[in-house]
Design a protein around this ligand. Structure first.
Ligand SMILES: Nc1ncnc2c1ncn2[C@@H]1O[C@H](COP(=O)(O)OP(=O)(O)OP(=O)(O)O)[C@@H](O)[C@H]1O
Length: 314
């Protein structure tokens, strides 16, 4: 029996409310456990596609199915968790207020996903005594990612949310995401303009421009070569013995580039080694101690926020 794809779109067509065409003839089949990298210029339609997959935009024509379910049909979509971390999410004003990290993490279920919470706090190098208004942009983004990634998602839609991260945390995040797809057989679509450290990360690279898919590559179609002057793309006809026909296969040779990325990564690793992981610091209060004191202070039983958080925590 063939496995139901994690994402399946056929002839997807989307028009913005002002009638402008947003996406045209988008055909994607992504099996579970895939990591799709979405590449394209500003205005290509990447966010639009992610919002459609997140069930936030209704398509005008074609098919969209996530694990065989319609993302727009609240009854049919099933119990799968689709997590969409995009620009609106990143700009959430609450995460800039004078509020402790632990209170925010609790609000999205820190207590229900204890092991995952500890792992994320460590991986994202979060100091649990931080207050959000005193965080740098990158520190705030790490807390947001901890909150966003806490619930074990089936499909993760990431719309350029790694911009503020330093190279080490971004490296650790990419490694974590890769492991998640391999261990939990879940799927990621990641739209970004930053390609450091992504060479061997995606299982599919898609070039989107002007609302259409221009090119798709799989890792086996890509070679990184020392000394090549620039990327060379070629299409050749190959015999497909199994199907007894010829098929057109695209292949790309990419030059290995000179980059400070490996050096920055080495330096930041050394910096971390000198300081040590935050979770190894026994002089700091533990998460549970902080939440017992702080959560009581921030929410009382009758509070509207508490009632709201009761629903967001699980
Ligand atoms: N509500 C809307 N109405 C009309 N046009 C829109 C609307 N939202 C987006 N667009 C346009 O659609 C195009 C695609 O936008 P989208 O945000 O999907 O691009 P993107 O590929 O994510 O770009 P970026 O890399 O800048 O984030 C843009 O030209 C944008 O101006």
């Amino acid at each position: 029996m063939t496995e139901v794809p994690s994402i399946y779109t056929k002839n997807l067509f989307y028009r913005y409310p002002n009638s402008r065409i947003g996406l045209f003839d988008i055909n994607i089949t992504l099996k579970r456990g895939s990591r799709m990298l979405l590449v394209g210029p500003n205005g290509a339609g990447k966010s639009t596609l992610l919002k459609i997959l997140a069930g936030q935009r209704l398509i005008n024509d074609g098919i969209v199915l996530l694990n065989g379910k319609d993302p727009f049909d609240m009854v049919d979509r099933g119990s799968q968790i689709v997590t969409y971390l995009g620009t609106e999410w990143a700009n959430n004003e609450i995460t800039k207020r004078d509020i402790p990290v632990t209170v925010l993490v609790e609000s999205v279920g820190g207590n229900f996903y204890k092991q995952r919470r500890e792992m994320l706090i460590n991986m994202l190098d979060i100091d649990i005594t931080w207050r959000m208004n005193q965080c740098s942009d990158g520190e705030r983004r790490r807390v947001q990612l901890c909150m966003g990634l806490l619930k074990p998602w089936d499909l993760l839609l990431l719309d350029e949310v790694t911009v503020d991260l330093d190279v080490l945390v971004r490296y650790r995040l990419l490694e974590f995401l890769k492991k998640e797809t391999e261990q939990r057989n879940c799927t990621i679509v990641y739209a970004t303009h930053i390609f450091d450290g992504l060479g061997e990360w995606p299982t599919q690279v898609v070039h989107l421009n002007g609302g259409i898919i221009v090119k798709k590559y799989r890792p086996e179609d890509i070679d990184f070569i020392n000394g090549a002057e620039r990327p060379v793309e070629e299409t050749e006809l190959k015999e497909d013995a199994k199907m007894e026909r010829q098929e057109r296969r695209s292949h790309v040779v990419i030059n290995k580039i000179k980059s400070f990325y490996p050096l920055a990564l080495k330096w930041l690793n050394e910096d971390l080694h000198v300081r040590g992981e935050r979770t190894d610091d026994n002089t700091k209060p533990k998460y549970e101690e902080l939440t017992q004191r702080l959560v009581k202070f921030y929410y009382d039983d009758q509070d509207r926020i508490s009632k709201y958080f009761e629903r967001t925590q699980q």
